[in-house]
Design a protein around this ligand. Structure first.
Ligand code: NAD
Length: 186
């Protein structure tokens, strides 16, 4: 039996990991689909699909769970009614989907695909938006992601990137004037 678990994973956190461990108790193989693969360098989607893939592999480690997971990426399309067929054409075959995202549940259910809703793990704490907010505010975000993911985000200066792409040019005008000899604004 093969299940899929789709998410943006911006970033991959301990709520995602708890869901994955739950899914692993029910199916033999899991296809982890990194959605919105085209997105990066934005306040809601700071990390590239490749970086998100590295986070997931780092969190999986080298044990039994890793051997049972296939990690792949999927770009969005601007027609929700065609999204399930788009996904089916791009990922390995699967028997059921795990999601708590209402749109994802709706689209798969309408397409006649079995959907299971995994239990929520402190959704207010373990959520991508809450973790990105902590990163921007200098809060304690590291404890909300697997240690290997925290290490990877630090390695790529992910927090600095998120803070920079979350600024508006008007808010940073004094800053950019000071650094105009060194930096180019795009
Ligand atoms: P996400 O990373 O926010 O969450 C991934 C999954 O984990 C979701 O099911 C979420 O409910 C669950 N989750 C998160 N925290 C949890 C916690 N603490 N406890 C339990 N479960 C938790 O990703 P997402 O936004 O749900 O990803 C959906 C993807 O599907 C997006 O990339 C979206 O763009 C894509 N999509 C695309 C289209 C289209 O292209 N037309 C249509 C539908 C969906």
């Amino acid at each position: 039996m093969r299940g899929i678990y789709i998410g943006r994973f911006q970033p991959y956190h301990l709520g995602h990991q708890a869901v994955l461990e739950e899914i692993a108790r029910e199916v033999d193989e899991i296809v982890i689909v990194i959605g919105s693969a085209q997105e990066s360098h934005g306040p809601e989607n700071p990390f590239t699909s490749g970086e998100r893939m590295e986070m997931i592999y780092a969190a999986l480690g080298k044990g039994e769970l890793r051997k049972r997971c296939i990690v792949t990426t999927l770009q969005d399309i601007n027609r929700n009614s065609l999204w399930v067929s788009h996904l089916q054409s791009m990922v390995p075959c699967f028997d059921l989907v795990y999601s708590n995202n209402p749109l994802v549940i709706r689209l798969f259910s309408e397409a006649g695909v079995m959907v299971k809703k995994p239990p929520l793990y402190q959704r207010d704490v373990y959520s991508g938006s809450a973790i990105r907010a902590l990163m921007r505010e200098g809060g304690d975000w590291e404890k909300l992601v697997p240690p290997a993911v925290a290490g990877f985000i630090q390695e790529i200066n992910g927090v600095e990137r998120l803070c920079q792409v979350s600024k508006s040019d008007s808010a940073s005008s004094a800053d950019s004037a000071m650094h105009s000899s060194k930096e180019t604004d795009f």
